[in-house]
Design a protein around this ligand. Structure first.
Ligand code: GMT
Length: 374
């Protein structure tokens, strides 16, 4: 198949899923054209059968906001014609689904199909905003195929937008080959020289991630046992989090690593992953942690209960239940047998339910189904 995959290039789950899907499909011989405003970070190295096309938008003094959605639609039209593409797969509805719809209208004489994959905030936060609502609803309904990354997100989309179009749930995935321990290049000694336990969190440091809760949970754990906290990522809340770390006098125990392209090498250092988000349609980082044998303590929200099994691969508690999250962390980390059991159960669940080898063929089959449809 010849497919355009449209995505964000930045450190975020939707861009990771789109890039890893592109790699998996290209490995199977499909011709994949990535369309984005920059090279996605997971596609910086060469991959056979993947072609990256950057969308440039001219600036003009009249434009307060550069019309990216139009530049994107134009690029799609050109690519479909030049490369004879059959399908446009938009990851994250805003504005990608609208641009794909526009491209399809312009290309009316060609039988081009469009698929939109909903990732989360495109429905729950940004999409729910009144200023986008009608366009999101319209473009989802006009997509030839729609997928969501969890049952939760599918239901939320139906409730929020009254969508009648079928939404297929295709879970996010991990390449479990990359999660093999021989890929570990993080040394525990660097971060925990005295054998302290290592807690980890990775996100885009937006308010929805509740990184403050991560620090407060860690503070409670620290009171009970020697521990270190590794924070990965960057975003608007980072400055407040640094301040909070100072206020709680945790400066010697918390590391800020900034954005990292691959998390697996770091996860091999971790004893526990924390994701106490307000909202999480799936929680790809939690899955990546599990694949490396790291149990997850998270908020019982969104699609997280579909990924983490309470009492087996981690613990789920209501949003903001810092005390319970910290107690479970201490309980697990001070019981080596239980911790080891959780580690192996986490690894097994990631590999049995969310393995790239199972999920990528689901996308492939969905593409074929949509291409065959009338
Ligand atoms: O908010 C983020 O973490 C970024 C966002 C994205 O689109 O990059 O993540 C969303 O999509 C991910 C991939 O499908 C999911 O794993 C995240 O749960 C989801 N984020 C939220 O729902 C807040």
């Amino acid at each position: 198949m010849k497919v355009a995959i449209v995505c964000y290039p930045t450190h975020g789950g939707s861009g990771v899923v789109a890039s890893e899907l592109a790699i998996g499909l290209a490995d199977k011989g499909h011709e994949i054209h990535i369309v984005s405003y920059a090279q996605p970070f997971r596609l910086r190295s060469f991959h056979q059968n993947i072609f990256v096309h950057e969308v440039g938008v001219s600036s003009y003094p009249l434009f307060k906001y550069p019309p990216y959605a139009l530049g994107l639609a134009t690029k799609m039209v050109e690519l479909v014609e030049e490369c004879d593409l059959e399908l446009i797969h938009a990851h994250y509805a805003i504005p990608h689904a609208a641009s794909a719809y526009l491209a399809k209208q312009i290309l009316e004489s060609r039988r081009i199909k469009t698929i939109t994959t909903l990732h989360g905030t495109d429905i729950t936060l940004v999409g729910a905003d009144h200023s986008f609502h009608r366009v999101i609803k319209f473009t989802i309904e006009k997509s030839d195929g729609v997928t969501a990354v969890s049952e939760y997100l599918k239901q939320r989309t139906i409730d929020e937008f009254g969508i009648r179009h079928e939404i297929r749930v295709i879970y996010n995935f991990v390449d479990t080959k990359r999660s093999a321990p021989d890929h570990a290049d993080c040394t525990r000694k660097t971060y925990a020289p005295k054998g302290e336990k290592i807690l980890m969190h990775a996100s885009n440091f937006r308010p929805v991630k509740r990184v403050g809760d991560v620090v407060r949970i860690f503070a409670k754990v620290q009171e009970k046992m020697p521990a270190k906290l590794i924070l990965i990522g960057d975003g608007p809340e980072r400055i407040f989090i640094q301040q909070l770390v100072k206020e709680l006098k945790l400066g010697d125990h918390v590391y800020f690593l900034g954005e990292q392209d691959y998390l697996e090498p770091l996860f091999f250092c971790a004893d526990l992953f924390l994701l106490p988000s307000e909202q999480e349609s799936f929680g790809l980082t939690a899955l990546e942690a599990m694949a490396c044998g790291v149990p997850v303590i998270c908020a019982e929200t969104g699609g997280l209960p579909e990924v983490i099994t309470h009492g087996e691969t981690g613990f789920l508690y209501p949003i903001g239940e810092i005390k319970k999250m910290a107690e479970s962390a201490v309980g697990l980390l001070s019981d080596p047998k239980k911790h080891e059991l959780f580690r192996s159960q986490a690894r097994r669940r990631a590999s049995e339910c969310f393995n790239a080898d199972q999920i990528i063929p689901q996308y492939e089959a969905f593409y074929e189904e949509i291409l065959k449809s009338g």
